[in-house]
Design a protein around this ligand. Structure first.
Ligand code: MBD
Ligand code: FE
Length: 298
C-alpha cells in the first residue's frame, strides 16, 4: 500500500498566497516558483553567440517591421513600455509567456513524436505531488464541488507494449482555482502522482474541473480588455506522463462541448486531447484515455 504524504514539501514550493484571489498574488506565486529553478539558464549555457544573435535579431526585426508597417506612435510606444514594466511588477511573465508563446515551442518540441504529442505545461505545475499508486483518489477537500470523474488508462510505448510509469495530474477546482496559486486551498488539493506497475494501468478518481479564466485584474487582463479578447481557457486536466527510457509527455485533456475548445486563449487544444466521458447511473462520469510514449533519443 502506498502512503499518502500530504505534507511533503515541494523542493520549489512558493509561499501559499493569502487573502483574496488576485492576479498579483497568483502571479507572484508563479514567478517565485519558476525562479526557484536555476536550470533554465544552465540548460542553454553552451548556446553559441551566433544563435543568440540570430534569434534576438529576428524577434527585434519583427517588432521594428510592425512599428513601421502600422506607424506606431510615441504614445503607443510609451503605453507599451509602461505595460511591459507592469507585467513584471505583477509577476505575470509566466502567465503571459505560457498563454501566448508556449504553444509554438511545444509544437516544435513534439512534432517528431509517433506517440502522444501533448500540449503546453502552463504556469501552475508543481513537482513532488503526493504519490498515490496505480489506483487512487486525488487529494481533495471534504465535499469538493464538481462532478466525480473516474479515469481508466494505460501507459504504453509506441508499439503498444505496457510501460511501468507515472502520471502526474494537476487541475483547477470547480471554481477554476489551482492549489498553491489561489488562497485558502490545501497545498496539494487536486494534485497527485499515480505510479503504475509493469502493466502500465492506472485508475484515477477526481472531479471535473471548471473552465478557467486567466486573472482579469492584472496586466494580462488589461491587454485582453484593450484588445477586445476574452480570458477563457476550456476546462482541462494537466498531466505529465513519464517512464524510464521514454520522452516525458506533458499534455492537457479537454471535455467535449466546452465552448472554449475552439477559441482557447492559450491555443493549446488539439482534437486528439478531447476526452469522451460517459455518464454513469449515479451521475458520476467515467473515461478511458491511454498514453503512448516515444523512446528517448528517437
Ligand atoms: C492555466 O491554467 C493554464 O493551463 C495556462 C496554459 C495558462 C494559464 C492558466
Ligand atoms: Fe491550467
Amino acid at each position: 500500500m502506498t502512503t499518502v504524504e500530504h505534507s511533503t514539501p515541494s523542493p520549489v514550493a512558493a509561499p501559499a498566497p493569502s487573502g483574496v484571489a488576485s492576479a498579483a498574488a497568483s502571479g507572484a506565486s508563479a514567478t517565485d516558483r519558476f525562479h526557484a529553478d536555476k536550470s533554465p539558464f544552465a540548460a542553454v549555457k553552451d548556446t553559441p553567440a551566433e544563435r543568440v544573435d540570430l534569434l534576438a535579431r529576428e524577434v527585434l526585426g519583427a517588432v521594428h517591421d510592425t512599428i513601421r508597417r502600422h506607424r506606431v506612435t510615441y504614445d503607443e510606444y510609451n503605453a507599451l513600455k509602461a505595460w511591459l514594466i507592469n507585467v513584471g511588477q505583477d509577476g505575470e511573465w509566466p502567465l503571459f509567456l505560457d498563454v501566448w508563446v508556449e504553444h509554438a515551442v511545444e509544437d516544435v518540441a513534439t512534432d517528431h513524436r509517433v506517440g502522444n504529442k501533448g500540449s503546453i505545461e502552463g504556469p501552475y505545475y508543481v513537482p513532488g505531488s503526493p504519490e498515490l499508486g496505480p489506483k487512487g483518489t486525488i487529494p481533495m477537500r471534504d465535499g469538493e464541488q464538481g462532478t466525480p470523474l473516474v479515469w481508466h488508462g494505460r501507459i504504453t510505448d509506441t508499439d503498444g507494449a505496457p510501460l511501468q510509469g507515472k502520471v502526474e495530474l494537476w487541475h483547477a477546482d470547480d471554481a477554476g482555482y489551482y492549489s498553491q496559486f489561489a488562497p485558502g486551498i490545501p497545498e496539494w488539493n487536486l494534485r497527485g502522482s499515480f505510479s503504475t506497475g509493469p502493466d502500465g494501468v492506472f485508475e484515477i478518481t477526481t472531479i471535473r474541473p471548471a473552465p478557467y479564466q486567466i486573472p482579469t485584474d492584472g496586466s494580462c487582463g488589461k491587454l485582453i480588455a484593450a484588445a477586445g479578447w476574452h480570458a477563457w481557457r476550456p476546462a482541462h486536466l494537466h498531466v505529465k506522463v513519464s517512464a524510464p527510457g521514454h520522452e516525458l509527455l506533458t499534455a492537457q485533456l479537454y471535455f467535449p462541448g466546452d465552448e472554449h475548445n475552439e477559441d482557447d486563449i492559450a491555443s493549446a487544444v488539439k482534437p486528439e486531447l478531447i476526452l469522451d466521458p460517459q455518464v454513469e447511473a449515479d451521475g458520476s462520469q467515467s473515461v478511458t484515455y491511454d498514453f503512448a510514449l516515444d523512446p528517448e533519443w528517437s
